[in-house]
Design a protein around this ligand. Structure first.
Ligand SMILES: [Zn+2]
Length: 349
């Protein structure tokens, strides 16, 4: 018996070497050590915890620590990550966000539920909530002044080219109109203090503004996120006809390269240092009094030969992190469009 156990464990370890099984089927993390013996997939420890939330569909065990029966090993050998992807991911829309191991739990959990529980990527009819080009509903939106969350009607319309929200349910005019071509959305649960918190950024009068929203239902929130991505994808397809999907997908939404507190002084360097929240968004460094500021005080470019910005960080480690983040951008060649954007920001008072 004991030798059978050892034998089966060795067979399971051998299965991990097969193509596709060397990374988590759901988030891509290297060297998964857990397996779902009902779905026949290998997952990382973090995703195994999310599979436990759908235990009616997926049952997980540790490859190394749990006992494996002959039948279970045979089943795992007959399936595997590549076969599961071919089945459960066959109709993932090109705009749909596929989370990685660095993404927040909400995105990873909803990806797993969408794949195995709702089977959204086996059956396209279930994708309507985010692919229809129109979405309407209520989201909790953080108030600008007192920080309280209030229920607000939101409408995303590809035809109008905008995401809008309304302060009163019967209001005719939206409180804010966010053009799809300037939209970005990024899950920021820690910063917003809500596990489903989404930061939506847009341009108004060439200045970057933010709203912070969430929905209590995780599926609803991720559907909003993917609806924004779908709308941006369709906008970009029109704006750049013939462009490859692979070139458009990275432009749908983006996470910030680096965020955190630093202290800064004014242009003359004679004023005292003030603590500010900095966000590096692609080539733009922005700062605000606090992380949940409504609009950034200034947008500035990082490469500025005519002015030296002086910042201080709280720790040497933070300083190294920021320098590395700057360096990674400086090392990347600029595209012609980016020069145009830089010229624009230089002229901003
Ligand atoms: Zn994983």
């Amino acid at each position: 018996m004991a030798t059978d156990q050892e034998n089966n464990k060795q067979r399971m370890i051998k299965l991990l070497e097969r193509p596709g099984n060397g990374s988590c089927v759901d988030c891509g993390a290297a060297d998964p050590e857990w397996a779902s013996y009902t779905l026949g997939v290998f997952v990382c420890q973090s995703c195994s915890g999310l599979h436990r939330n759908i235990s009616q569909i997926s049952k997980v065990k540790s490859v190394l620590l749990d006992p494996w029966s002959d039948a279970e090993v045979e089943f795992m050998a007959s399936r595997g990550n590549n076969a599961a992807k071919a089945k459960y991911e066959q109709k993932v829309p090109v705009f749909y966000y596929r989370p990685t191991h660095t993404d927040c739990q909400l995105l990873r959990e909803q990806w797993i539920r969408a794949k195995y529980e709702r089977k959204e990527f086996v059956c396209v009819e279930r994708q309507e909530p985010y692919s229809a080009g129109y979405r309407e509903g209520f989201l909790w939106k953080r108030g600008r002044d007192n920080g309280q969350f209030l229920s607000r009607k939101c409408i995303l319309s590809e035809r109008d080219g905008a995401l809008k929200y309304y302060n009163k349910h019967d209001a005719r005019e939206p409180k804010a109109l966010m053009k799809i071509h300037t939209l970005n959305a990024s899950f920021q649960p820690g910063k917003i203090g809500q596990p489903h918190g989404l930061q939506v950024t847009y341009l108004k009068d060439n200045s970057t503004r933010n709203i912070f929203v969430y929905h209590k239902d995780g599926k609803e929130m991720v559907d909003w996120f993917n609806a924004i991505r779908a709308a941006r994808f369709h906008y970009l397809q029109v704006a750049f006809p013939g462009a490859h999907h692979a070139d458009l997908v990275p432009k749908l939404t983006r996470d910030y390269i680096k965020e955190g507190y630093m202290e800064k002084t004014g242009p003359k360097h004679t004023e005292g240092f003030k603590k500010r929240w900095f966000t590096m968004d692609d080539r733009r460094l922005m700062y605000f009094k606090d992380p949940l500021g409504y609009h950034w005080q200034f947008g500035i470019t990082i490469v500025t030969p005519d002015r030296k910005f002086l910042f201080t960080c709280e720790t040497e480690e933070e300083q190294q992190d920021w320098m590395a983040a700057f360096q990674s951008l400086v090392n990347r060649p600029m595209l012609p469009q980016e020069y145009a954007v830089e010229a624009h920001f230089k002229h901003k008072p």
